[in-house]
Write a protein that binds this ligand. Structure first.
Ligand code: MG
Length: 348
């Protein structure tokens, strides 16, 4: 019995413009899939593309869906190339929802809440934000670095650390901005400070050529071996294949996993669990549809809990599309309450 596969595109204005490594975004663009089985039950999935992060574009995903057609078989996932990590994720999520993987009974056995990391703005603006966030209960803080001059930002590090509450941890996210020397200076300085990890100090996109990608990956492996502070991969992990590749190379650091970009994420997580890898779950700026699926994976993770990178909502001008509000903790019941069908209906 074939499925019935439908798709609705969304273009949602954001509540406030979002500054990314590639400029300013004012809207979020993607697809919601609805997969209906022979019994008339429906599962939903979200194609939350982030092309500036190295994923497919929404148009490319739509073109593959056109080829697949409206009545695919149970092997639908195998018809999508591995590089289409967002589309593969959406189809796998819709199939999992149909299989009852996110029903209430299973969720009952999971933690009631998970901690969330507070996001600090780049530069000096971070300083006045730390006190109120600590007061609210946050104990993990993520500071955007690699935005301004290296020396200026380094000079602020001790001021940032001094404002952290007792026992708090700081994540430094460079979004791939640093050449070798800058990365080394930061990693030298991070040692002996309460830095949980340095996220993606350097990065080269596939489009920049295999030679540069290989050199950058060698640099990351070298830095991970030379400094005591762990390094986290984020931009380096897009699509199902990347995690397996880094695991095979023996990556000793942290994996920042955006489930929405990682294809068949159950398989990816099984690989990470088998390797006893350190995993941080992180948002790809999804609607409630992608949020429900991504966060269900985070709550099911059996390894050590690290603060979630999901403090992104409210995100959309139209609050019907938002994922759960995240204070210092994100509650399982708020994830269970998300209603993918309502998002689907709101797009009609
Ligand atoms: Mg990051």
């Amino acid at each position: 019995m074939p499925y019935l596969l439908q798709c609705r595109r969304y273009r949602l204005p954001l509540r406030a413009p979002l500054r990314t490594a590639h400029g300013v975004e004012e809207q979020r663009d993607g697809l919601i899939l609805r997969l209906e089985d022979g019994a008339g039950r429906a599962g939903f999935g979200e194609v939350a593309t982030l092309p500036w992060f190295g994923t497919e574009t929404t148009e490319e995903a739509e073109a593959v869906l056109k080829e697949i057609g409206p009545e695919p078989g149970a092997d639908v996932l195998s018809r999508v190339p591995v590089i289409f990590g967002c589309l593969r994720h959406a189809l796998a999520a819709a199939q999992a929802a149909l299989a009852g993987d996110d029903d209430g009974a299973e969720l009952e056995a999971l933690p009631k809440s998970l901690p969330v990391a507070a996001l600090l703005p780049a530069g000096r603006e971070a300083l006045p934000r730390i006190g109120p966030l600590a007061e609210a209960g946050f104990r993990t803080f993520k500071w955007k670095v690699g935005v301004g001059d290296v020396a200026d930002e380094l000079a602020l590090l001790d001021d940032v650390c001094a404002r952290l509450p007792e026992g708090a941890k700081l994540r430094l996210d460079a979004n791939g901005a640093w050449p070798r020397r800058a990365a080394e200076r930061w990693l030298e300085r991070a040692a002996e400070r309460p830095v949980e990890f340095v996220e993606q100090p350097s990065f080269a996109k596939a489009a920049e050529g295999t030679a540069l990608v290989r050199r950058t990956e060698d640099l990351l492996m070298g830095l991970a071996g030379d400094f005591p502070t762990p390094i986290a991969l984020d931009e380096s992990l897009v699509g199902d294949g990347d995690v397996a590749r880094w695991l095979a190379q023996g990556w000793p650091g942290v994996f920042v996993l955006k489930p929405s970009l990682c294809g068949d994420v159950s398989t990816v997580l099984a690989q990470l669990a088998a390797a006893k890898a350190a995993v941080v779950f992180s948002s790809a700026l999804e609607t409630a549809v992608g949020a429900k699926s991504a966060l269900a994976h985070a709550f099911r993770w059996q390894g050590p809990v690290r603060a979630l990178g999901f403090g992104v909502w409210p995100l959309f001008a139209d609050a019907r599309f938002d994922g759960p509000f995240a204070g210092p903790f994100l509650r399982r019941e708020d994830v269970a309450r998300l209603n993918p069908e309502a998002v689907w209906n709101a797009l009609s």
